[in-house]
Structure formats: C-alpha cells, structure tokens
Design a protein around this ligand. Structure first.
Ligand code: SF4
Length: 240
C-alpha cells in the first residue's frame, strides 16, 4: 500500500510541477475521488478540485462534497450545465430521455457533463483522473500519463494500479469522507437515475447505464474521446 501511495503522490507532484495552474482535478465524488482529494490536500498540492452537478445527482454526492469542504477547508468548484441547453433538451425529449435510446443518453451526458467539463478545461494543460486499470475491460490499457491526440491536453492517472480493495483500505485507514452509496454496493457513482448497485462478480462499471448492451460503450465520453470529438460532433459518450 505504501508503494502505491508513493507512486500516486509522486505522479501528482510531477503533474503539479509540470503544469502549475494549468492543472485541475475534476472529481466524480466516488471512492477514488476520496483517495485523490485526501492525497492532494494532505500533501498541500494546491490542485483545484472541481465536480459536475448534472442536476440529477444523489443527495449522498452533495453530502460528500460538503464533507470534503469541512474536512480540508476547501471549496469544491461545482460546474453546472447550460440551463437553456437542458431546458431545450427536456422540452423536446422529456425528463427521462436517457432511457429512450443510447443516442439520447449520450446527448444527455454531453449537455449535462461533457460541455461543462470542456468549458472548465479551456486554457488548461492537464487534468487528473481517478481511473484504475481494474475498473473495466475498456480501462485495462490505460497508462499513467496520456495525451489527447488532437489538442495535446495531458491526463494523469495516479491510481492506475490500485485495486478496489486498495482504494477501500486507504479510505478506511485514513478515515476519509466517502460517498455512503458505496456501503450499499454502488461502485461507480454518477447521476441517481443512471446508477445502480452491482452484484458480486459484476464488472465495477456494470452499475452505469445497465439497460444498454455491454459493448464497451459504458463510458460517458469524457475519457473515451479526443477533445476534438468531445467538443465537436459527438457520437459517443459519458462522464468522469
Ligand atoms: S448519467 Fe444519465 S442523467 Fe446523467 S448526464 Fe448521463 S444520461 Fe444524463
């Protein structure tokens, strides 16, 4: 465990030294987020922590944001979607459009998550993610540092080699605030309507968009696409 912590802190420091104010951490407020927020603050790394409020989050996620702010004396930067875009989308397709088709689900993720994140990343050089190789088949080839193929924005993955047990142990051992939905067998936590608990043996991300076919498309687009695709004509899609 101590080697994993050293590895993660070392990568965070490298990212901060390399990119300075051009570095941000968009946090999903899941278990990995708890580890990262603790590592950033415990090591006084001064990396801004932001999160997306899609308007469909569970109360447990707001509670963990508040708990982080109280514990570390920080203010999490909360990003919201453009209200006119959300209103137009809901007017045309209804409040539960994400159940209608994969395309509408991806449109919802684009408007509520991807566009606000892209706004927040404007002018930045790099971002931190909480992704781990073990989270899903689609994440097995991740590297510690990746580069967007079009714009060159760097992505740092400090928890790359952590297992779910490592993450849980760190949170428990350091009494870090965490999203209480994890106690109810939620692993990947996003919008309340698109997240469910998973059973033993299921892929960690099986709790997201479970009504869709598992063809590897269970990503919201923030991590599977180049920025050009995300900001332009989006055809694939998810979140943090
Ligand atoms: S996770 Fe669901 S509700 Fe949230 S932005 Fe994506 S489709 Fe919309």
């Amino acid at each position: 465990m101590s080697a994993l912590i050293e590895q993660a802190v070392s990568l965070l420091k490298q990212a901060k030294e390399t990119h300075g104010d051009g570095l941000v951490y968009p946090c999903s407020m899941g278990l990995e987020g708890s580890v990262m927020v603790d590592l950033i603050n415990k090591n006084s790394l001064d990396i801004p922590i932001m999160t997306l409020d899609t308007g469909r989050l569970p109360q447990a996620t707001y509670d963990v944001i508040s708990a982080f702010e109280a514990r570390y004396g920080i203010r999490v930067q909360v990003l919201f979607p453009d209200c006119h875009e959300v209103e137009a989308m809901v007017r045309e397709h209804g409040v539960n459009l994400f159940r209608t088709s994969v395309e509408l689900r991806k449109s919802c993720c684009e408007i509520r998550k991807i566009r606000p994140l892209m706004r927040a990343l404007e002018g930045k050089e790099a971002w931190i993610t909480g992704r781990r190789r073990q989270q899903s088949k689609g994440r097995s080839d991740l590297q510690f540092i990746e580069t967007d193929p079009v714009y060159g924005l760097k992505k740092y993955n400090p928890l790359l080699e952590w297992s779910l047990d490592d993450v849980s142990e760190y949170v428990r051992a350091n009494a870090v605030p965490y999203n209480r939905l994890h106690d109810a067998h939620y692993h990947s936590i996003g919008c309340e309507c698109c997240t469910r608990a998973i059973s033993m043996g299921e892929d960690e991300r099986a709790g997201r968009w479970w009504w869709e076919n598992d063809d590897g498309a269970a990503e919201c687009g923030l991590h599977v696409m180049s920025l050009k695709e995300v900001t332009g004509d989006i055809e694939d899609g998810e979140g943090i």
